[in-house]
Design a protein around this ligand. Structure first.
Ligand SMILES: Cc1cc2nc3c(=O)[nH]c(=O)nc-3n(C[C@H](O)[C@H](O)[C@H](O)COP(=O)(O)OP(=O)(O)OC[C@H]3O[C@@H](n4cnc5c(N)ncnc54)[C@H](O)[C@@H]3O)c2cc1C
Ligand SMILES: NC(=O)c1ccc[n+]([C@@H]2O[C@H](COP(=O)([O-])OP(=O)(O)OC[C@H]3O[C@@H](n4cnc5c(N)ncnc54)[C@H](OP(=O)(O)O)[C@@H]3O)[C@@H](O)[C@H]2O)c1
Ligand SMILES: Cc1cc2nc3c(=O)[nH]c(=O)nc-3n(C[C@H](O)[C@H](O)[C@H](O)COP(=O)(O)O)c2cc1C
Ligand SMILES: *[C@@H]1O[C@H](CO)[C@@H](O)[C@H](O)[C@H]1NC(C)=O
Ligand SMILES: *[C@@H]1O[C@H](CO)[C@@H](O)[C@H](O)[C@H]1NC(C)=O
Ligand SMILES: *[C@@H]1O[C@H](CO)[C@@H](O)[C@H](O)[C@H]1NC(C)=O
Ligand SMILES: *[C@@H]1O[C@H](CO)[C@@H](O)[C@H](O)[C@H]1NC(C)=O
Ligand SMILES: *[C@@H]1O[C@H](CO)[C@@H](O)[C@H](O)[C@H]1NC(C)=O
Length: 687
């Protein structure tokens, strides 16, 4: 087969695969994730008609967002909030998922729409926005000739299709006759500039909107909450103390099936509180930690497939919680209820609840802070430092050197700016509205559903790095929680841990090492045809899903015997670590090789045991001839782990191998890799 044939075959295969699978896969993912989440469908009377809901609620501006992990949602809300605060616009901020768009060209008063959309996968829309993408695909010219819109995309230049979703939305809307106000804003997580990109876009867009809508700024702007606050005096059975979802409140009862398993759906609306049956430290090295955790799902309807992601729902550490409460002089015991002032607003968390529960379980309080956030606090800054806060909130580079470079979280920053003194009078409701929700973190499952149908394994590297300026370590919320559970379950020394957690959970819900989890289905899958060769590339924690893949194949051999092993295509794992101390699952690979005989091979690149760095891509290049032969024989390529550099370098190495061994130009080889990606023969699970 010559190279043009190869391209033709791959492209044809790709188109066929797309035709067969794309919609069903998306629908499937969508159902899995959001199908039965009642909390997402809130609007006036259950209608999905945009124009109707806007009219019913007397709104005159619309912000629509498509978000996967909440970043786009946060920006959309900030934008809406600012339009309300400065111009008294009556803004509705809504998830694209919850509406149909047939009335988009006939909105009341021809109000403009601002879209805030993030990108996933290969330039795709977030899972919940597939309906919007479908709508865009079916538009005809002039169908939106009344619509005025602005659009901000969130993405990460690390990925090949930067801001793919927002760019596509822009094209399709314009092709249908809609008029863009300003320019497409493109937030870039990769460069860490999302916040600045947003501010630039927002300033330009708001200026144009002022002309477009003849808006005048109210100089005397005061924060006005979207929620009505009621103080309560007693904790009842419907008061949340940090329960992860309403099914876990004492006034509710959990559902079980006939086999006595807890019933789902288990998704972003409700997790399963899973017992941790096994947890251990995987590294020998003293300066870093990597935790292996096994979650028992046998007493629930939670299921997974090898290659899926596990979502772990964290809580904040004691240290982070008490620092936050102290800065704002909040009383953790305060009990309160919230009511949305209008029906288009959702409550941000379960209510009634307590301030302590919210700070520990529902708000993201430790991440880096944004200039916008600081700007919102200007009115509450102590007089002596107000001027400085105003300057900081307006000066990009000063903010970068004074706040970002110090890796301050909100409390660190405010304490430092106020010379260690607290900030009084910051409204609690403002904090609730300006801080992101504490959301689950995802982990590539490192077990196999065939070999471990009853447990889910996660492999997590602990984020714990020194910060010379604060004198404490910067710690990742979830990974340190997992480490705490590991240390305490194994009766090791908890005193030396950098942070500590309430492991009992609300009303003892997490006692004896349990955590809320759910499974997110992915498309990262072994080939259906067991005879296809498999090339797996996963340095560091990127090896996680490949442990699952290899265990899956071992289980198949144990089930189906010698015949299966004979049919099986060769599996090569390219793994990399710094040295022997962080070589993950070192002893296990030997066992797998014994079961799979010559069909499995691990090729290890230890990067720091010699002068020159040796990485997985160097190993690939060394074995060019063999790799090229496997590709010729229809090998599937899988890459997992670091997206910033590793995945790109590896792709480059594969392109080189293709071009050199087949005498192709580099662009030709790149086209093949692209086509392989579309055909599902080059799959990435990168983060
Ligand atoms: C699809 C997918 C699969 C993944 N699979 C795995 C996996 O198998 N194994 C794995 O280990 N990880 C995996 N991850 C990453 C994982 O989801 C988490 O992002 C990671 O574990 C960190 O979570 P955390 O809660 O501990 O840290 P977070 O609290 O979320 O902190 C994130 C990072 O920000 C830093 N940080 C915190 N506060 C500040 C501040 N104020 N200023 C500056 N920096 C700060 C932290 O040090 C940390 O590095 C995956 C991610 C995705 C999207
Ligand atoms: N944003 C960042 O700067 C950053 C850095 C590290 C990890 N991470 C995150 O953590 C995840 C896994 O990290 P980890 O701690 O498990 O990995 P790790 O232990 O830091 O790295 C695993 C191995 O990969 C090597 N490596 C470094 N750069 C590489 C590249 N460009 N191509 C191929 N190999 C490379 C490392 O070598 P050397 O370390 O000796 O160079 C090491 O041998 C990543 O996916 C990423 O999300 C992010
Ligand atoms: C698994 C994964 C895949 C991503 N794929 C892309 C991509 O293809 N193109 C892009 O521009 N950004 C990509 N991103 C970056 C996100 O769009 C970006 O982080 C965004 O801020 C997330 O917003 P959200 O929280 O609203 O979903 C990806 C991020 C993750 C975690
Ligand atoms: C919702 O209410 C509006 C008017 O308030 C009404 O016209 C519409 O039919 C209702 N929709 C549904 C689905 O009940
Ligand atoms: C809460 O529920 C428990 C157990 O169901 C019950 O004993 C208690 O009386 C209830 N408390 C209130 C205030 O309703
Ligand atoms: C329990 O209380 C919460 C919060 O008040 C409420 O949303 C939920 O519907 C109640 N559940 C039941 C089963 O009554
Ligand atoms: C802080 O981080 C460094 C580097 O990762 C580590 O060696 C040290 O033990 C950490 N300190 C604590 C208290 O965990
Ligand atoms: C952008 O993507 C790279 C690769 O996944 C990742 O290391 C980086 O943290 C991302 N940026 C943010 C802020 O998520």
């Amino acid at each position: 087969m010559n190279s043009t044939d190869l391209i033709a075959v791959v492209v044809l295969g790709a188109l066929f695969w797309l035709y067969r699978n794309l919609d069903s896969i998306k629908e499937f993912i969508n159902d899995q994730l959001y199908g039965d989440d009642p909390s997402l469908g809130v609007n006036s009377n259950g209608t999905r008609d945009l124009a109707e809901v806007l009219k019913d609620n007397d709104k005159n501006y619309l912000v629509l967002y498509g978000s996967q992990t909440g970043t786009a949602e946060d920006y959309a809300k900030k934008f809406g909030k600012e339009l309300t605060a400065r111009f008294q616009l009556r803004v509705m901020v809504a998830d694209l998922e919850n509406y149909d768009f047939h009335s988009l060209n006939e909105l009341p008063d021809n109000m403009p729409v601002s879209f805030v959309i993030s990108t996933y996968g290969e330039g795709d829309f977030p899972d919940g926005s597939v309906n919007f993408e479908q709508y865009l695909n079916e538009l005809d010219p002039d169908m939106l000739d009344n619509l005025r819109f602005s659009i901000f995309g969130l993405g990460n230049t690390t990925y090949e299709f930067f801001n793919g979703a927002a760019r596509k939305a822009l094209d399709k809307l314009q092709d249908a006759g809609a008029r863009l106000i300003g320019t497409l804003g493109e937030g870039d997580d990769g460069a860490g500039t999302t916040d600045e990109d947003y501010l630039t876009w927002k300033e330009e867009t708001i200026e144009l909107l002022q002309n477009e809508l003849d808006l005048h700024e109210d100089e005397d702007k005061q924060f006005e909450s979207s929620f009505e606050y009621t103080a309560l005096i007693t904790i009842g059975n419907s008061t949340s103390l940090g329960e992860p979802s309403k099914q876990y409140l004492p006034n509710a009862t959990l559902q079980y099936n006939a086999e006595g398993e807890q019933s789902g759906p288990f998704d972003l609306s409700q997790p399963y509180v899973a017992p941790i049956t096994e947890t251990k430290e995987l590294f020998q090295s003293k300066d870093r930690n990597c935790i292996h955790t096994e979650f028992d799902i046998s007493r629930s309807e939670v299921t997974y497939q090898t290659g899926d992601h596990l979502a772990i729902w964290p809580s904040n550490s004691d240290e982070a919680v008490s620092q936050f409460l102290r800065v704002f002089e909040l009383d953790s015991e305060t009990i309160f209820d919230l009511k949305a002032k209008d029906s288009t607003m959702k409550l941000p968390f379960l209510c009634p609840t307590t301030i302590g529960a919210v700070v520990r379980h529902y708000l993201e309080i430790t991440g880096p802070i944004s200039r916008q956030t600081l700007g919102l606090l200007v009115s509450y800054a102590p007089e002596s430092i107000k001027e400085h806060i105003v300057t900081l909130s307006k000066d990009k580079s000063l903010f970068a050197t004074e706040i970002l470079a110090s890796k301050f979280n909100l409390a660190d920053a405010l304490l430092s700016l106020n010379h260690g003194e607290t900030w009084t009078g910051v409204p609690w409701l403002l904090l609730i509205e300006m801080l992101p929700k504490l959301s689950p973190r995802y982990y590539s499952i490192s077990s196999s559903s065939l070999s471990e149908p009853n447990t889910i394994h996660a492999t997590s590297i602990v984020e714990n790095t020194p910060n010379d300026i604060t004198g404490t370590n910067i710690t990742g919320v979830t990974t340190n929680l997992l480490r705490n559970i590991q240390v305490i379950k194994n009766h090791d020394d908890a005193a030396s841990l950098p942070v500590h957690y309430d492991l009992e959970g609300p009303r003892g819900l997490f006692a004896n090492g349990q955590l809320p989890i759910h499974v997110r289905h992915s498309t990262f899958r072994l080939p259906k045809d067991i005879s296809a060769p498999v090339i797996m590339i996963g340095p560091g924690t990127g090896v996680a899903p490949f442990r699952g893949f290899v265990r899956e194949r071992c289980a198949e051999v144990k089930r189906d015997g010698e015949e299966c092993l004979e049919k099986m295509g060769k599996m090569v794992l390219f793994y990399g670590s710094r040295d022997d101390d962080d070589y993950l699952y070192r002893n296990e690979w030997v066992e797998y090789a014994a079961t799979l005989d010559a069909k499995f091979e691990i090729d290890v690149a230890l990067s720091r045991v010699q002068e020159q760095k040796v990485y997985v891509q160097h190993r690939l290049a060394e074995r060019q001839e063999e790799v090229s032969k496997l590709l010729q024989n229809g090998a599937y390529v899988y890459v997992c782990g670091d997206a910033k550099r590793m995945a790109k370098d590896v792709q480059h190495a594969i392109v080189n191998i293709l071009s050199e061994s087949k005498g192709l130009t580099e662009p030709e080889a790149q086209e093949i890799v692209k086509a392989m990606k579309v055909a599902g023969k080059y799959q990435e699970d990168i983060w």
